[in-house]
Write a protein that binds this ligand. Sequence first.
Ligand code: NAI
Ligand code: OAA
Length: 340
Amino acid sequence: MFSRNVARQASSIARRGFASSARAERKVAVLGAGGGIGQPMSLLLKADPLVTSLSLYDVRGAPGVAADVSHVNTASEVKGFEKDDIKSALTGAEIVVIPAGVPRKPGMTRDDLFNTNASIVQTLAEACAEYCPKAFICIISNPVNSTVPIFAEVYKNKGVYDEKRIFGVTTLDVVRSSKFLAEIKGVDPKDVKVTVVGGHSGVTIVPLLSQTPQGKDVTGEQYKALVKRIQFGGDEVVQAKAGAGSATLSMGFAGARFTNSLIRALNGEKGVIEPTFVKSPVYASEGVEYFATNVELGPNGAEKILPIGEVSAEEEELLKACIAELPKNIKKGVEFVKSA
Ligand SMILES: NC(=O)C1=CN([C@@H]2O[C@H](COP(=O)(O)OP(=O)(O)OC[C@H]3O[C@@H](n4cnc5c(N)ncnc54)[C@H](O)[C@@H]3O)[C@@H](O)[C@H]2O)C=CC1
Ligand SMILES: O=C([O-])CC(=O)C(=O)O
């Protein structure tokens, strides 16, 4: 959908011409733009005609990345900021995408990143609350199950919280599910859409393969292996990179796809649906405050949280395991801010 849409937009703009095309102004800021995810994602955002302005920030290196991607001949303007200049980076931003923080090394869980990334995300939330409190926030930094609650708690403290505007980006789980299932079935991944619910780590990642035409008849050992590969796809990359980090290119693609969906919805397109980790009523009665399901995006952000729908017996079990784990991750994030 993302690449098809970018291609469609690009050809439509080519027909109408850049200068004359009336476009909604959409300023996107990337925090952590100098990193492994930040760089390829910034390139993809620069290639997206729906992004009209790109503001790249990192504690170090973002002006260089900005100078580089600014030579790509699409219409958007690009500026780079570093160190203390976060105010300039965030002022006027409508969407802030955050891949700032340390990645895993082999042997680590995402939760092992908490000690470092919690304070990074808290600091960035404080800056966003001050300089662009109405922006839509897309959080990539791990552990997403905890960093989303951290961001929300900071916003509550600052009196600017709007639950519809804060998203944990779980799109990579959706992208992986589509690709891995398509490989098994020998079909084009563009035709394979998998809803992934829950959170973004190990057993909290719950692919609903039974809801996908191509996934329905995957059973037995093949089903178990596929679910495991989706749940631990991040580990596959961490191991293959052998100490040099985690998924960056596929995450750059997934982050740019989520941003594109959000902008299309802000621009008035109807029926834009993406799974994302948000404040959710779905398991609230069981003490799970945040949960990823399909969410219909719209001009106010998370317009409609869609129900999980019918699930198989196996998926029931996966959901139980998810629900046993997720509240601990959420609580850890909430308490981090409350105890500060
Ligand atoms: N949500 C998801 O599906 C995924 C999340 N991730 C997570 O994304 C994060 C980033 O991963 P990579 O880009 O590979 O790491 P990286 O280390 O290559 O880049 C991170 C960047 O963040 C910057 N940074 C650190 N503190 C900052 C601050 N206070 N303000 C602005 N920038 C700051 C660093 O200077 C660095 O350039 C990690 O936490 C990783 O676990 C990675 C893959 C998938
Ligand atoms: O595995 C990691 O640490 C990075 C990540 O979240 C992913 O690739 O899904």
